[in-house]
Design a protein around this ligand. Structure first.
Ligand SMILES: CC(C)(COP(=O)(O)OP(=O)(O)OC[C@H]1O[C@@H](n2cnc3c(N)ncnc32)[C@H](O)[C@@H]1OP(=O)(O)O)[C@@H](O)C(=O)NCCC(=O)NCCS
Length: 184
């Protein structure tokens, strides 16, 4: 793995960039306090923007680390942050990155997350030198699976009662892309 950390990525409609402390209010208003967004995630709605600020105070210094990958998704057209895509776990021994993402409800259904996921996977393979990118979702949250399909990941299998989120213990659907998939 190349310790390149989080660099700016440009897609057709978005700039994927590092978060700044000043993003707190926009994140809170957009997705961090929405129970519909967090329904299948591991964390509860923030309740107060102070919680979002605390999170950013934890995240921002981590950009110093070459193995920290965490992007805010900014829509070019309006210069607004609409979501977050990040690597939530790295396994250096096998060059594996586990991806997580979420987005403001107002922007769902426009294909923004598949566009971001494709670009992040390109970065992780081509710049960070990963060999395998994985994502998982609650079996009851198939729209997240659609994102993985549209970004070109392959279904790997469903692990029974293997994850925990705001709904409790759930069956977890795995998708991945491996380096050799891209050569086909
Ligand atoms: C999952 C999520 C990232 C999808 O992002 P997106 O940019 O809307 O993705 P797409 O536009 O490609 O839509 C994906 C699917 O979501 C569903 N969808 C689209 N618009 C929707 C809406 N307004 N309301 C509910 N579901 C919707 C559709 O099933 C769609 O699949 P289709 O294109 O085959 O019809 C977004 O819904 C989200 O942030 N959800 C909450 C957080 C979350 O679940 N994260 C993943 C955890 S594993």
């Amino acid at each position: 793995m190349n310790k390149v950390g989080t660099r700016t990525i440009e897609t057709e409609r978005m700039i994927l960039r590092r978060f700044k402390i000043e993003d707190a209010q926009e994140m809170f208003d957009g997705w961090c306090n929405d129970p519909e967004v967090t329904r299948f995630l591991t964390w509860a709605p923030h309740g107060s923007v102070e919680v979002t600020k605390m999170l950013l105070n934890d995240w921002v210094p981590r950009y110093e680390n070459g193995d920290y990958f965490n992007w805010g998704m900014e829509l070019k057209e309006i210069g607004k942050l609409i979501g977050n895509i990040s690597v939530v776990q790295v396994r250096e021994d096998i060059g594996e990155a586990l991806i997580g993402y979420c987005m403001s409800r107002a922007y769902w259904g426009n294909g923004y997350m598949p566009e971001a996921l494709k670009a992040v996977m390109d970065y992780l393979f081509d710049v960070a030198g990963m060999n395998r990118v994985v994502a998982t979702h609650d079996v009851n949250n198939p729209k997240s699976g659609r994102v993985m399909d549209k970004a070109g990941m392959k279904y790997e299998g469903t692990l029974r009662q293997a994850s925990l989120n705001m709904q409790g213990i759930c069956d977890s659907v795995y998708h991945s892309m491996i380096r050799s998939d891209r050569e086909k």
